[in-house]
Design a protein around this ligand. Sequence first.
Ligand code: ATP
Ligand code: MG
Length: 746
Amino acid sequence: MEFLYAVINFLILAALIFLFGRKPIGSMMENRRKKIQDELDAAEAAEKEPLPPPEEAGGTAPLDPEQLAQPKIQEIRAEAEESLRQVEANGQAARLEVRREAISDIHKYMVSSIREQAVRMFGSEPYASLLREREGDMVRLILSRVRLTPGDIAYLKTHDVLYVTLTSAFPLPEELVRQVGDYTDQMLAAVHGKTSFWVRQDPALLGGLCLRIGDTVYDCSVRERLYQLERKMQKDDISGTESMEDVVSALEQDIERMTDRVYLYQLGRVLTVSDGICWMDGLADIMYGEVVEFSCGDRGMVLDIQPGRIGCIIYGDYTRIESGSRVRRVGRIASVPVGDVLLGRVVDALGHAIDGKGQIRTRERRPIEFHAPAILDRASVSQPLHTGIKAIDALVPIGRGQRELIIGDRQTGKTSLAIDTIINQKGKGIVCIYVAIGQKDTTVAEVRAKLEKYGAMSYTIIVCAAASASASLQYIAPFSGTAMGEYFMYAGRDVLIVYDDLSKHSVAYRELSLLLHRPSGREAFPGDIFYLHSRLLERSAKLSDQLGGGSMTALPILETLAGDISSYIPTNVISITDGQIFLDTELFFEGQRPAVNVGLSVSRVGSAAQTRLMKQVSGSLRMKLAQYRELSGFSQFGSDVDDDTRAVLDAGIRMMTVLKQGRFAPLPDWKQALLIYAVSEGYAKDVPVEKLDIFEKKLYTYMETHFPALKQTLESGVKMDDDTRQALGAALSDFAEAQVWQDSNS
Ligand code: ATP
Ligand code: MG
């Protein structure tokens, strides 16, 4: 018990160091300039005071908090002054951020000084002897927890011995060693195995001992406690509003709870590292998708389990990982932070902020791989997700919970289409997630700037694994984005997720698979690439009312080569999704933008979600446009066409022209319906093609100013009855006769 208190006292004392250096930060949080100035003066005065004479070696000498905090005061002073300038410049939001940063600085400082203290303290008396007195208790504690894992049993089936290593910071009494040896011998004899028992001494433990059985470590060492404390502090959720006293006392409590525990984890060893892939052995009970941590602190995710070796992808930089170094299970499946705090942020594939707006602080996480909702958990698609783009809402409508592929050659406006759709969700309560995979950093920056400009960033999350990111991160990114979306979907909200683009995702996965030595199939892609995309896209759904009725609409993007939609990845994704929007290079260069190819684009479920009005006015549109495309092909050969054909061509060319739409100009549903109705019913037949844009603009203002009631009816989206149709017909005839498009001043 005495030892326990000694350790607690030491750790609390270390915490107190911060109370000393805390005041300048505390006052900064209140943003009272005067008070801060006072504190800074006080700090300055403290600096000038002579240091107390150093105490004798041993005893409590290294624990004098005042002495230790001296260099920190200067640092905090400089930081406080700098932060003060920021706070004054940026107001409330910055104040909160400064506060957060101050607290996380405290965490970092606390960890490093506790470590320093521990090294000094446990090497000297009386702590060293106190620790040694506790060795018997530690052994008993460990033996009470020791179990054989399924991994150990499996190992024993092929090898008849299991390695057991007892490591301690100081030489252990023989009696304790014998106790451990006998216990493990008995435990293994019960499953017909033998022990190969080793005893080691390792000063790096700082104090205490640990027992390794197979790959499992039961750790009672000081080193492990410090490691756990560090991790806990990194994970700590700081809102930035708590007082410094709260932070320090919470830490003290953590520290107290840490003194009488055994930490349990599994270890392995790095065999080889190359190209972002690492092969390891050990880690007997590891699972697919689990996170592992290397001794340098970098992490990875297990993607391949073979007898005798485990393959994992490494997050980020792999050059710091060395062959032969230790690797440990973190004890969780790969996951990302989720929640409302992510809205408006740009994060990498692991959910770390990369927009310079400070860390993402949330406790809530979701696994990046999650099962898709079962059939009974789903409802059919019934609500529209308006893109605001005429050619899409009228011809290939999208419903909430649908998966609609955007496919086309490079530079055909795929990204633009998705971004316009996100911009159109403003004020509709839909959370948008834009996942950039293998895009240029500049493209992503541009997307972000555009979303900010049009006020769409407040409800959008950008998940970015740019071309410069490793293949592992590019592979993870869409799954991370989906996990973030699922959080909102299962909370009953509507989500729109764009994967830009899955071709680059396939290439990243192909790279990883080949490095993992998996057999390659068609176009050198691995055989499970279909499964990869289907398990990703199946997670987008419209949930049933029992599950809250949330939805996730997916817009995956694919790039084709020379319009070839029959190559491997496009055919896969086309068959997974509920339809595709095919963007045609030829149309794009003809000036038909967005370049939607009406013949090849379909929406298999979206029409159920179209408003009744839109369905009514656009019912025969697809057929008419198909007819027009066919006839326009012929008419190019000869100029002599009969009147009927001419009429079809004229109507077609007008309709194609009004379907053109600039970027960042989404239109509400009623305007689209009105325009399509006006043109398809022939009210624009006398308008010259080049004046159709004026016709369009004037039509909207005309309706809004002269027929507000009619406009309201259209806005409600209900099917037009005969009265409405007549009233609209009369209004449009008047409008057409007025020939307002002649007025070119608009
Ligand atoms: P990439 O293959 O490089 O990803 P992409 O298919 O995503 O290209 P975008 O980047 O969206 O294509 O667009 C390509 C170009 O076309 C851009 O310069 C964009 O401004 C232009 N563009 C896209 N849509 C329209 C539109 N509706 N009206 C006018 N210009 C457009
Ligand atoms: Mg693009």
